[in-house]
Design a protein around this ligand. Structure first.
Ligand code: 6PG
Length: 246
């Protein structure tokens, strides 16, 4: 079934995060009703922090016992490092909800060898989703952000990881930061039935326009997120959508 692409534009950041929280809960409740569990890969960076805080504050009643949280990417740092996506999620969400510790799958990015950390995480996914070789996990929801350079997760323009079509999780060398990042690969992102990008603020407007309305060769990483059999939802505030022509 071809995937669909929906763009939702909300007036202000507060409206964006409220709508994103409602969509998270809607998708989660449907997954739990249909399959008894909700598997979601969280995005990092700064944008989703407000979403996670809102989920913690407004949706304490959400069924976290049947929700399983993963990370679409992680910096190659320990979990208490200021740059750690886990630390951000822990502070914004995990400390405020009662979710069983075994429902949260942290990337062990403290491992000095990023490739080992990636392989360990990949094996966790294989175990959790009971994957046969060559199979990819289908998360009920994957949250993504987009950098001003068009990257998503830790799939940066020009990086080797863009080419990966068989691994689930890799250590991707990111030249501009002179470091590895551990990240889901495009096959994992594109196997999800629902992928939700969140972008907020004027500094994303130019790239949002290029990604959603432009044609680039090679495409920006954010343009390569095309769910094979699923729904691609871009949730923007007006500032991030300001340069869209349609
Ligand atoms: C990360 C994210 C990354 C992020 C974008 C946007 O680990 O940083 O996974 O892909 O979503 O860089 O980041 P901001 O939300 O901070 O603009």
């Amino acid at each position: 079934m071809p995937s669909t692409r929906t763009i939702q534009i909300l007036p202000a950041p507060a409206d964006l995060f409220r709508a994103a929280a409602e969509e998270f809960v809607r998708v989660g409740n449907l997954a739990i009703a249909a399959r008894g569990r909700f598997t979601v890969a969280l995005s990092g960076g700064s944008t989703p922090k407000s979403l996670y805080s809102l989920l913690a504050a407004q949706h304490g009643a959400f069924d976290w016992d049947r929700t399983f949280l993963f990370f679409g990417d992680e910096r190659h740092v320990p979990p208490d490092h200021p740059d750690s996506n886990y630390r951000m999620v822990h502070e914004a969400l995990l400390t405020k909800i009662s979710i069983p510790a075994e429902n949260v799958f942290r990337v062990k990015a403290e491992n000095p060898d990023a490739a080992t950390a990636a392989l360990e995480y990949e094996n966790e996914l294989r175990r959790f989703f009971a994957l046969q070789s060559g199979e990819f996990p289908r998360f009920d929801l994957i949250l993504l952000g987009m950098g001003p350079d068009g990257h998503t997760a830790s799939l940066f323009p020009g990086s080797e990881g863009l080419k990966e079509q068989s691994r689930l999780v890799i250590a991707n060398w990111v030249e501009k930061f002179d470091t590895h990042r551990i990240t889901f690969t495009f096959p994992v992102l594109n196997h999800a039935p629902q992928v939700m990008f969140l972008a907020s603020g004027p500094d994303k407007a130019d790239m949002v326009h290029q990604v959603l309305e432009g044609k680039r060769t090679p495409p920006y990483p954010s343009q390569q997120v095309q769910p094979i059999d699923g729904r691609l939802l871009w949730m923007l505030d007006e500032a991030a959508a300001a340069k869209l022509t349609r």
